[in-house]
Design a protein around this ligand. Structure first.
Ligand code: NAD
Length: 493
């Protein structure tokens, strides 16, 4: 098999003829390949997007865009099982989680259809001015041609978050999915074509970050790069984008804490902690990989956590009952096992896991892993591992927990578990994180802003913030015709 990429509603290979293999992480077998786009291919995609945008898409009626987004959602629902199975094969995640991702994707396309129709910024909103000879209205317009660069951990969701928002805004898009998991982005492009998307409005180029990704970031025909991925790549993109003064939105890494106070229901808290650390094999930007546990409940909590982690069924994500699949690639497997080795070397104590599960000789499988006695200077506490590795540290009072939680270069998410809702609220207010959860974990509220503080990036996705990230804001200030020059009559500040 050889899957093509999607440029200007044409299915094409790379001009160079080069391809990238698609590997199933559960058995390490190559099951497909896709084009390795270079500068020439990226240029063709940018030209297609620019022609669509300037040729009328930028003036398209938001109701028309909403109609396309709803048709897209309908086609996603109709292909639910096929998309989920492909995601599991390409990425490794359990099928039930892939199905959840597909369902959420359809809902997000519908939410952005509603937002496109309801957005008051198309008509404009008047600013209240303290004078009667001047009016000023704020309006919005689509930003232009946007490059959407996504990671491999939630390929369908990441495509959706960016594409639905950009299309609702009236932009023309070029998606560059991760070279590790591009197939569902191409399957979604096929559904966009079926849904009636005009040529050039949505393009998907597949390729390596250093080649296709950088070509997009440097291309003068691209107005904005919306990037989700690692902090290191975000830094490089920001620096490359400065040459053309492109707008950038960066959703980057994290090392998010979960603080568990002594008044919790321990069984329930263990479930939330395990979900936060191990869902999607721990390959979640908001994964709560640092557990701050009140010292008085630590022995009882850790006993249950060990039992719970050891009961997780690890295996091929397409098999019935599997709760944790393989890591996404050989390279990532080496990275995660390297961190586990560092945990031992630095003197942390292994509570459970740390090895390849018995009976799984092929595939990038690793047991859910928990380290205790972790010190704040250890790499497993400070660095993003992006795998099923949880580091535990105890605390004795609220202020200590807050200080430990905030002692990180990242500020993406933070979770507080406590029956005392006033305390949970008070603690959350002091945590430096863009996304916070109280008495739950990893809930994605699609109507709310998603993004980080500190080195977790800037800009927000989802909700109206996601759409506004693809708009330019404009003021329309009018002098009333019969009011004369009156240059001295400036509005009071
Ligand atoms: P990555 O940075 O290696 O790659 C992400 C994407 O960027 C891929 O499409 C890749 O091809 C491309 N890329 C790589 N180098 C590039 C370059 N020089 N120029 C342009 N594009 C380039 O990240 P990854 O390993 O795919 O994903 C894991 C990372 O993503 C983690 O750090 C994780 O926290 C982060 N992430 C963040 C969020 C969020 O919402 N904040 C969500 C998911 C993942």
């Amino acid at each position: 098999m050889s899957t093509k990429m999607f440029i200007g509603n044409q299915w094409v290979g790379a001009a160079s003829g080069r391809v990238i293999p698609c590997i199933n992480p559960a058995d390490e077998g190559e099951f497909d390949n896709m084009p390795a786009a270079g500068r020439e291919d990226v240029d063709a995609a940018v030209r297609a997007a620019r022609a669509a945008f300037d040729g009328g898409w930028k003036k398209s009626d938001p109701a028309v865009r909403a109609g396309l987004l709803r048709a897209f959602a309908g086609n996603i629902r109709a292909d639910r099982e096929g998309l989920a199975a492909l995601e599991t094969q390409d990425n490794g995640k359990p099928l039930a989680e892939a199905l959840f991702d597909v369902d959420t994707a359809a809902q997000i396309f519908e939410m952005y259809a509603d937002l496109a129709e309801q957005f008051e910024g198309w008509r404009g909103t008047d600013i209240k001015l303290p004078v009667d000879y001047l009016t000023s209205t704020v309006t919005y317009q689509p930003l232009g041609v946007v490059a959407l660069i996504t990671p491999w951990n939630f390929p369908i969701e990441q495509f959706t978050w960016k594409v639905a928002a950009a299309i609702a805004a009236g932009c023309a898009c070029i998606v560059k999915p991760s070279e590790i998991t591009s197939l569902t982005a191409l399957a979604l492009a096929e559904l966009a074509e079926k849904s009636g998307f005009p040529p050039g409005v949505l393009n998907v180029v597949t390729g390596y970050g250093r080649e296709a990704g950088e070509a997009l970031v440097e291309h003068p025909g691209v107005d904005k790069v919306s990037f989700t991925g690692s902090t290191a790549t975000g830094r490089r993109i920001m620096s490359l984008a400065s040459a053309t003064l492109k707008r950038v939105g960066l959703e980057l890494g994290g090392k998010s804490p979960v603080i568990v106070f002594d008044d919790v229901n321990i069984d329930r808290a263990v479930e939330w902690v395990m979900f936060g650390a191990f869902v999607n094999q721990g390959q979640v930007c908001t994964s709560t990989s640092r557990l701050l546990l009140h010292e008085s409940i630590a022995p009882a909590f850790l006993e249950k956590l060990k039992k719970g982690a050891e009961a997780i069924v690890v295996g091929d994500g397409s098999a019935e009952g599997v709760q944790m699949g393989p890591l996404s690639s050989a390279e990532h497997y080496a990275k995660v096992t390297g961190f586990i080795a560092a945990g031992f070397e630095e003197g942390a104590k292994l509570l459970t896991g740390g090895r390849r599960p018995a009976g799984l000789d092929r595939g990038y499988f690793i047991e859910p892993t928990v380290f205790t006695d972790v010190e704040p200077d250890m790499s497993i506490w400070r660095d993003e591992i992006f795998g099923p590795v949880l580091s535990v540290k105890t605390f004795s009072d609220e202020q200590e927990a807050i200080a430990l939680a905030n002692d990180s270069q990242y500020g993406l998410a933070a979770t507080v578990l406590s029956q005392d809702t006033a305390r949970a609220e008070r603690v959350v207010d002091q945590l430096d994180a863009g996304i916070t959860w109280q008495n739950c974990n990893q809930m994605v509220v699609m109507q709310a802003p998603w993004g980080g503080m500190k080195k977790s990036g800037f800009g927000r996705e989802l909700g109206r913030w996601g759409m506004e990230a693809f708009l330019e804001v404009k003021q329309k200030t009018r002098w009333l015709p019969d009011a004369g020059l009156g240059w001295y009559r400036q509005p009071a500040p």
